[in-house]
Design a protein around this ligand. Structure first.
Ligand code: A2P
Length: 411
């Protein structure tokens, strides 16, 4: 009698819907388009995923790092995963299952050697970054914060309604670092009657609080009234946040992020490139430096900040009050009457000599945050200034990523 053929076993890659904050990072990072999503979940297609691990280090929550040994023919399909509210448990394999050789299936612990450089930025933090806490509070165990401030930071007569919102955590721990983000759970349900998913916002305040020594933090939130194409759209969470009053309670999860972190060592330089609300982490890092201005340990700060007009540039007033020898500010205004349209990448080219000088210093880290569209433009500008200086951009770009010195957060 013939023995049954051994069933092929797959180490199936899954995303935990209870931890995922739907930030789209994994889908953008996957080099072979194995990740997809609907209004409920982000999922991995078992017929496409090759376990390359490129998506794992960039995931800010770790929701991406879930694996199940499955008989390949019984792998969870895309449609099934899209309907999940939680991950299924481990299944026992049939005795006929033939495990693949260990080398053929990626282990979740193989993270030390992620697929190199499939993303434009680093997947590791700078060597001197402080160690971040992540996922202290989850969808199942959110923390309640109290609104202690909410005010507009753009001109009242402009279309850009951007708010500075301060949340206080009272006596409960919520340790954060500059560059990290949190999730806000807006109240209510979506069109399918499910509770809204969390929305992610970068911190605008440094690690020791919006007010130094207080257990609070701030966010920079733009009220969303239209989509990327300019059609009318109501941003569920941004409108909720912008309308909050003092003493209102907010459900918070996080913190998230373990790579977009600032260096901690003395004389580290920062090149900060942002548009609109992408200024939040730049404000956090700048404020961290400002609070230790008297230590003499600060490196140089070079800021490229894009907005439609001065009045639509969040924090314009306080930013322009900072001493010129503390921060080198370059504003790219795209819709200022009587001025040519300028983007941050134009100013990077104009300031090529300063950018090159800082890029040549291994104490320099670069942070890019804001509109997705600027990613390519900024990379091109950095390449151009490098090449003009007689350097090889691909070598420098690889070094910046390997050393955790080039970071993107775009949306
Ligand atoms: P634009 O006037 O062309 O929209 P927003 O106010 O929509 O958040 O945008 C912030 C700034 O980023 C605006 O000045 C906007 O210019 C600019 N911007 C738009 N697309 C890009 C891009 N691809 N690269 C750099 N900046 C951009």
């Amino acid at each position: 009698m013939n023995a049954p053929l051994p069933a092929e076993v797959l180490k199936q890659h899954l995303i935990d819907p209870e931890i995922c904050i739907r930030c789209n990072t994994c889908e953008e990072t996957c080099p072979i388009k194995a990740i997809t999503h609907d209004s409920n979940n982000y999922v991995v297609d078992p017929d496409i995923c090759n376990g390359c691990m490129a998506c794992v280090p960039p995931c800010p929550t770790g929701a991406i790092d879930n694996w199940r040994l499955m008989v390949r023919a019984e792998a969870y399909g895309v449609q099934e995963q899209l309907g999940w509210e939680e991950l299924p448990g481990e299944k026992a394999l049939p005795e006929t299952a033939a495990a693949l050789p260990a080398d053929d299936v990626p282990a979740a612990t193989d993270l030390a050697a992620p697929a190199p450089f499939s993303a434009p930025g680093a997947t590791v933090p700078p060597w001197s970054a402080a160690h971040p806490y992540v996922n202290l509070y989850t969808h199942k165990t959110p923390m309640t914060a109290t609104v202690v401030g909410n005010y507009r930071v753009t001109g009242a007569d402009t279309e850009s309604d951007i708010h500075h919102i301060v949340l206080d955590f009272g006596e409960l721990p919520f340790p954060v670092l500059e560059g990290q983000s949190i999730g806000i759970l807006p109240p209510g349900v979506d069109a399918q009657g499910r509770p809204h998913h969390a929305r992610q916002y970068s911190l605008a305040s440094p690690r020791d609080g919006e007010r130094a020594g207080y257990n609070n933090l701030s966010l920079t939130v733009k009220r969303v009234t239209e989509d990327h194409a300019g059609a009318a759209a109501h941003g569920v969470c941004s409108n909720y946040l912008c309308d909050l009053a003092k003493n209102d309670k907010v459900q918070v999860i996080g913190p998230f992020g373990h790579t977009f972190l600032m260096p901690n060592h003395p004389r580290a330089n920062l090149i900060m490139i942002c548009t609109g609300t992408g200024s939040a982490p730049m404000r956090a890092m700048t404020e961290r430096y400002r609070r230790r201005i008297d230590t003499g340990e600060n490196g140089r700060l070079l800021l490229f900040f894009g907005a439609r007009t001065e009045r639509e540039l969040p924090y314009f007033g306080p930013l322009m009050k900072l001493p010129r020898d503390f921060i080198d500010i370059n504003l790219a205004l795209s819709r200022e009457t009587g001025q040519p349209k300028r983007y941050v990448q134009d100013l990077i080219r104009e300031r090529a000599a300063s950018v090159r000088e800082l890029l040549a210093d291994r104490n320099t880290c670069i942070y890019v945050c804001g509109l997705k569209g600027m990613e390519v433009g900024v990379l091109d500008a950095l390449r151009d200034v490098t090449v003009q200086g007689g350097q090889d951009w691909s070598i420098l770009h690889d070094a910046l990523r390997r050393e955790g010195r080039l970071h993107f957060e775009t949306y």
